[in-house]
Design a protein around this ligand. Structure first.
Ligand code: ADE
Length: 247
């Protein structure tokens, strides 16, 4: 997958994707990331990309000309995939959006700055996306988050495919609690059931914890789950055996 980033601060992306899983994905040609400064398309000697708002108001607004020219320049290279504007006014970025984006061979991410985009830029976006209900100084951090989430879904990026498919939100509920060695740490023991090697019981225990945790922490997600009768019994059993424990 190729990801192009349009930004005024390409330096923010330096080294961000050099390490760990994303670094390996880049090295193994699963992922390629290119930043482009749309200041190149700015107006006049100063390469101006912003101006004050018509009607007044604080801050500067991104002018339509330079940014739209930069987007069209990338589109002209062919096979552009969706052009995505990162803004707090966009659709919420969720795991289901991540999965859809991971299906494209190329995407273009557009990072805003200042007080926002001139409204006439918007028709150039195929989608506007928000990473949460808060306002950041620009779209650069949101772009990094989008890239991280999408890249780990690409086949071959994460060693064990199963671990991606069992993630929270992929199949529905939040993840169950996880433990590793040592079996006792600062007086806290790993639940005994996980040490007995009975796979069916472990699966049910994990499903129960996962469902109870989701019901308590994210009732909105829980209410959308498609639960089976077996889930109901497992949920009840989990509540009965460890009421209120470590959710
Ligand atoms: N730019 C500024 N804030 C943002 C947000 N919450 N999501 C996406 N892009 C943004």
């Amino acid at each position: 997958m190729k990801i192009d980033i349009l930004t005024l601060i390409p330096g923010m992306f330096k080294n961000v994707f050099d390490e760990s899983i994303l670094g390996a994905a880049v090295k193994n040609d699963i992922l390629s990331i290119e930043t482009h400064s749309f200041r190149e398309f700015g107006d006049g000697r100063h390469k101006t990309v912003d101006d004050t708002a018509f009607g007044g108001g604080p801050g500067m607004i991104l002018k339509p000309g330079p940014l739209v020219e930069a987007i069209r320049d990338l589109r002209r290279q062919g096979n552009p995939g969706p052009v995505i504007g990162l803004t707090p006014q966009g659709v919420p970025f969720t795991q289901s959006v991540v999965r859809q984006l991971a299906g494209f061979s190329r995407i273009i991410l557009v990072c805003g700055r200042y007080e926002g985009f001139d409204e006439r830029i918007r028709p150039e976006f195929d989608l506007e996306m928000s990473i949460g209900d808060y306002v950041l100084t620009g779209g650069e951090f949101p772009a990094m988050i989008v890239i991280d989430a999408v890249a780990r879904m690409l086949p071959g990026a994460v060693g064990c495919r199963e671990s991606v498919e069992h993630d929270s939100f992929f199949t529905g509920p939040l993840d169950h609690p996880q433990f590793t060695r040592p079996p006792v740490w600062e007086g806290a023991s790993v639940p005994e059931i996980l040490t007995r090697g009975h796979h069916r019981m472990i699966e049910d225990w994990r499903r129960g914890k996962s469902l109870v945790r989701t019901a308590i922490r994210r009732p909105d997600v829980f209410s959308r789950l498609d639960l089976t009768t077996a889930d109901g019994a497992i949920f009840q059993e989990c509540l009965n055996t460890a009421p209120g424990v470590e959710v």
